[in-house]
Design a protein around this ligand. Structure first.
Ligand code: NDP
Length: 332
């Protein structure tokens, strides 16, 4: 079978040469383990951080080791009483065609409720990130204005829809006219701004006449900064990510937000989805409920074929994905 390893730490924007395909034997499960055939692989911006040799909330990838991320797959051989052949499961597994997984590393998913790939997006890690970051830190109230950047991506698109469920005025920021149309027409955002063709500060003033109460930060940089002058008293800023800086070769020169935060008593709080691990069950149930009621939709950009996994990851930094970026490796 094929697998993908990190062979060089990317400097700046990652390139194909940072990765290598290897051919390795398919493993044999031992007691308490199962053999999983990979169906879908999740490619995510946060993986860029794990490619650096720097301490963070998740350990860095080791060089010459297989990359891991969210995977959906099917059990082909089980030596665990908890799983049977053909069960569809998800867990953090390798970028490879087959994985031997400990029973504690995976969980069964219900493909009657939603397609299997949804467990890598709206019903999985990115949906939970949106749910907890927005509701626990952002706390949107009816009639408030919520702005979200990276709005047409996996996290951002769910943030905006949950904010709509809560009765907020929702404005998204994203990088193409197609994404803007999708946010307004399909997802019911009140307004959306194309940061590549519009002046974000001006567009925010026009679309947020009552100021901004919640800014869900996914991208950082100039977009994050354009939001600050419009913050209302006691605004909340869940700081989820800063993709615009992930490929910077030099560290940021320092925050320039303090003045705004002090003036408005705004709350800016970092978080990782793992902080909410004890609430995942509740979060998944709420998301599944909204999904079933048609209040939350999801979109995915599926790249076909294991050999395209690296391209699919690199494409994230070009904004090629609408909704969740996923690689399809095999049929269920
Ligand atoms: P997305 O599906 O949003 O994909 C990434 C998107 O980022 C692209 O489609 C692109 O859309 C946008 N983008 C790329 N480069 C830039 C740039 N220079 N400036 C502005 N936008 C850019 O990915 P996710 O939903 O998985 O992740 C969104 C954010 O949330 C990331 O920052 C990620 O690291 C973070 N995250 C944090 C977690 C946590 O626990 N704190 C967990 C999961 C994700 P466009 O066309 O709009 O440019």
């Amino acid at each position: 079978q094929k697998q993908i390893k990190l062979v060089r730490r990317p400097v700046g924007t990652p390139s194909k040469e940072d990765f290598e395909f290897a051919h390795v034997p398919v493993g044999e499960p031992e007691e308490g383990e199962v053999l999983v055939k990979t169906t879908y692989i999740s490619v995510d911006p946060y993986l860029r951080g794990r490619m650096n040799d720097a301490k963070s909330y998740v350990a860095p990838f080791e060089l010459d080791s297989v990359i891991t991320s969210g995977v959906v797959g099917q059990v082909v051989q089980s030596k665990s009483p908890k799983f049977e052949k053909n069960d569809v499961v998800t867990g953090s597994l390798g970028w490879q065609e087959y994985s031997v997984a400990k029973e504690s590393e995976i969980r069964k998913i219900d493909t009657k409720l939603a397609p299997a790939s949804a467990y890598l997006s709206v019903l999985g890690m990115t949906g939970l990130t949106a749910y907890f970051g927005l509701l626990d830190i952002g706390k949107p109230q009816e009639g408030e204005t919520v702005v979200v950047s990276g709005a047409a991506g996996a996290v951002g698109s769910v943030v905006g829809q949950i904010a709509k469920v809560k009765g907020a005025h929702v404005v998204g920021i994203a990088g193409s006219d197609e994404k803007i149309a999708y946010l307004k027409k399909e997802l019911g955002f009140d307004a959306a701004i194309n940061y590549k063709t519009e002046d974000v500060g001006t567009a925010l003033r026009n679309t947020c006449p009552d100021g901004i109460d919640v800014y869900f930060e996914n991208v950082g940089g100039e977009i994050g900064e354009a939001v600050l002058p419009l913050l209302n008293k006691f605004a909340r800023i869940p700081v989820c990510g800063a993709i615009s800086a992930y490929n910077n070769k030099e560290a940021d020169k320092g925050l320039r937000v303090q003045g705004y935060l002090i003036k408005t008593s705004a709350l800016m709080q970092g978080f990782t989805v793992g902080d909410y691990a004890s609430g995942f069950k509740e979060g998944s149930q709420a998301l599944a409920g909204w999904y079933q009621e048609g209040k939350i939709q999801y979109e995915e950009t599926v790249t076909e074929g294991f050999d395209q996994t690296i391209e699919a990851f690199l494409d994230l930094f070009q904004g090629a994905n609408l909704g969740k970026a996923i690689v399809k490796v095999s049929e269920i």
